[in-house]
Design a binder for this molecule. Structure first.
Ligand SMILES: [Zn+2]
Length: 470
């Protein structure tokens, strides 16, 4: 009896280091890893001819088809697949009480939504997905009745709940306190966007009054201490309730230090940074204007160094994209406060972060695949994702570490028609992306039918000590 596929002739990038070996795939699963002569007979052989093979990247923080992201599941996951990302975790928004409607589908926000309904809505929209996806349940209204759904949401394969402390959809500390207690009972994860809403609002109002409307003024309106203050409150509540806490898009040393202060070993408190916070500074607002706007803002070179410092020691476990698709027209506005927040990077995250972490800063491939594949999968209850090991899904990326190319939005599969990395030359290129053993994308773009990706139910994750990523 033979297996479906042998992948040979390459260097495997695993969490333990690089390995000149191959692996066998049967029925979408990795069934053997080892030297070529020890693999079973296969119907097909893929010889990657000296290139690297990385586990499919797992991005636990993306915005597709909702809030202010104009990507559909088709365009967003096409960008993901083209960039070596084989699993994304998107958001199922409970409801939206603000004025803004999604360009992609205004009906999203017109619906009164409970969480379970929001999850079904996302699944209906996701029928064209090219990569596997999960969802975070996103609580956007301060209504205790939502707690009654938490149990069923976890049972539906969604053991993580997102909350904001800022914007119209932010919730109070009191509400978080009650929510965290419910989540702790279920062993689920609280996922937090932390910025102190009143500080950010007051500083924004002051900038408007003073006509400080240009993009380089923007970081002063959402300072690092506002991020750290809200994080400090949220982790205190998680500590009091014994709730698992995951801080998204950490952008500053100040915020990371607040996380580190409560963190013993990653058993209860974890955090991520994003590709842009690890690769760009606030100079981007001078160079690119409002195109580069997101929240929290890009910060200083010292903050970028802090992201790497805390990724190295494991305090921050994950690098995500926080992908939001907008058009150039929505981004390029006169006054920064009219700008649609968020940047797109599903297609560029791996090559950009690889170039910065491995080529510029000398980190290992183990560092790269832990931060972008293994840690996000483990943190969010996806044991079959994020690793090249027996029993895992055969999600992998054929990667040429030596090929240089220039990033341009002309290549975008996303509906976003710009890139904050436009013109940046990187070394290291995604050649092919496989999902469960099938080729999904190569350099010509998507090569499978729409709908190849599946909704993945996630387990309640078991968190223990989290290793550093050196
Ligand atoms: Zn986000």
């Amino acid at each position: 009896m033979s297996v479906d596929l042998n992948v040979v002739g390459g260097t495997l990038a695993t969490v333990d280091g690089t390995l000149d070996a191959g692996f066998s795939v049967d029925d979408g699963t990795i069934v053997a890893v080892g030297s070529r002569d020890r693999l079973p007979q296969a119907d097909r052989t893929l010889d990657v001819d000296g290139l690297f093979v990385l586990p499919g990247i797992v991005d636990p923080h993306v915005h597709i088809d909702g809030f202010n992201s104009i990507d559909t599941y088709e365009t967003g996951t096409a960008a993901a697949a083209s960039g070596g990302i084989t699993t994304v975790i998107n958001f199922a928004w409970q409801t939206w009480t603000g004025e803004r409607e999604s360009e992609a589908d205004g009906s999203v926000w017109a619906d009164e939504g409970a969480l379970l309904e929001a999850i079904e809505r996302q699944k209906r929209k996701a029928t064209g997905a090219y990569v596997d996806y999960g969802l975070h349940a996103t609580v956007t209204a301060e209504d205790w009745s939502v707690f009654d759904e938490f149990d069923a949401v976890v049972d539906a394969g969604i053991p993580s709940f997102k909350f904001f402390t800022a914007y119209d959809i932010g919730v109070s500390n009191g509400f978080l306190r009650l929510a965290f207690e419910r989540l702790a009972d279920l062993d689920a994860v609280a996922v937090l966007h932390t910025e102190d809403a009143s500080v950010c609002q007051a500083l924004t109002d002051k900038q408007r009054q003073d006509s400080r409307d240009s993009p380089p003024d923007y970081p002063d309106a959402r300072p690092d201490y506002a991020e750290a203050m809200a994080l400090s409150d949220a982790v205190a509540l998680a500590e009091a309730t014994d709730c698992k806490y995951y801080g998204i898009h950490t952008s500053s040393r100040a915020a990371a230090e607040e996380l580190v202060a409560v963190q013993e070993d990653g058993s209860q408190f974890r955090g991520e940074t994003c590709t842009h916070y690890a690769t760009l500074t606030q100079d981007a607002y001078t160079e690119q204007g409002s195109l580069a706007l997101q929240s929290p803002p890009l910060r200083t070179a010292d903050d970028v160094d802090a992201m790497f410092q805390y990724l190295r020691d494991g305090s921050l476990g994950v690098v995500s994209t926080d992908h939001v698709a907008s058009t150039r027209e929505e981004k390029a506005v006169d006054d920064w406060w009219d700008c649609s927040f968020g940047v797109n990077s599903l297609q560029t995250s791996l090559p950009i972060f690889h170039d910065e972490a491995v080529n510029q800063r000398g980190h290992s491939y183990a560092f790269l695949v832990r931060a972008m594949a293994a840690a996000p999968a483990q943190t969010f209850g996806l044991p079959k994702k994020g690793r090249l090991a027996v029993g895992a899904d055969a999600d992998f990326v054929v990667f040429d570490p030596t090929e240089s190319y220039t990033i341009t939005a002309d290549d975008n599969a996303s509906r976003a028609d710009y890139s904050i990395y436009e013109g940046r030359e990187v070394t290291g290129r995604v050649k092919q992306t496989y999902l469960r053993g099938d080729l999904v994308a190569d350099e010509s773009g998507i090569v499978v039918d729409r709908g190849h990706g599946e909704f993945r139910e996630r387990e309640v994750p078991q968190w223990g000590p989290q290793e550093g990523h050196v």
